[in-house]
Write a new protein. Structure first.
Length: 248
């Protein structure tokens, strides 16, 4: 669905049908997906400008328009990227797409098992956890229910990172228009991964112990936009919070 909204070619008929249904329930949804990808692009570029040369992309899905390694390598040509996803179809497609991309690895793994991911020989062969890492948790944690303790989960990854590492995170919120929020929740229940929407305060908690990079936890278009925002635009209509935190 994400790839379809971005205008990519790595999606299936079922994805397109559900995506179209979602856009009817929430007309802002395709724009939110594009804004989320634009945030990822700006955040990865920012990290690369800070000298980050290695990235772990959790819940990466099928590499689509604007891959992490492509973004990072516009600044750091030797950037190394580990893509992680639980979906075997996404992993198989990712490995085929990235077969000729140097310094990239695709792991088939469950992000709810951080120790298995962080100790994976393929990851360890590419990523040096004693050096700063960019941990990307973009549009992922709203698929993790409270029963899996998402804050503790992200905390485990934070603990494993060395000083100078950064966490990049975005998350759907439940603070938007009640009718649209309800429609999105109903749509998500038709998928294997129903959404767990959370308020800004809960999203901010994912950055506990980190130094938030300005402007903090904000709506997607508000995080370091490349051009001034249109005064007539309403960032809150995106209903998706994001932020970047640095480990001291």
């Amino acid at each position: 669905m994400y790839d379809y909204y971005l205008g990519g070619s790595h999606n299936f008929a079922a994805d397109r049908q559900l995506a179209d249904r979602g856009a009817r329930l929430w007309p802002e949804l395709p724009g939110i997906m594009r804004a989320n990808r634009a945030f990822l692009t700006r955040a990865v570029r920012h990290l690369a400008q800070q000298g980050i040369r290695q990235f772990i992309d959790l819940g990466s899905g099928i590499p689509t328009v604007g891959n992490v390694h492509e973004i990072a390598r516009t600044i750091e040509p030797d950037a190394r990227v580990v893509y992680v996803d639980i979906d075997p179809v996404a992993v198989a497609h990712s490995r085929a797409i990235l077969a000729d991309a140097p310094h990239t690895v695709v792991l088939h793994a469950d992000v709810r098992k951080p120790d298995a991911i962080l100790d994976d020989p393929a990851l360890r062969g590419l990523i040096d956890l004693d050096r700063p890492v960019g941990l990307l948790v973009v549009a992922l944690m709203h698929f993790i229910p409270d029963s899996d303790d998402p804050h503790q989960l992200v905390g485990r990854y934070r603990e494993a990172l060395s000083p100078g590492s950064h966490l990049v995170l975005s998350h759907f919120s439940n603070e938007g228009d009640p009718e649209q929020v309800d429609g999105l929740l109903r749509l998500s229940r038709a998928t294997p991964t129903p959404l767990a929407l959370r308020p800004r305060a809960a999203v901010t908690r994912f950055f506990d112990g980190l130094e938030l990079v300005e402007p903090g936890v904000v709506y997607l278009p508000e995080w370091r936009p490349e051009e001034p925002l249109d005064p007539g635009d309403r960032p809150e209509r995106y209903n998706d919070f994001c932020g970047v935190g640095r480990k001291r």
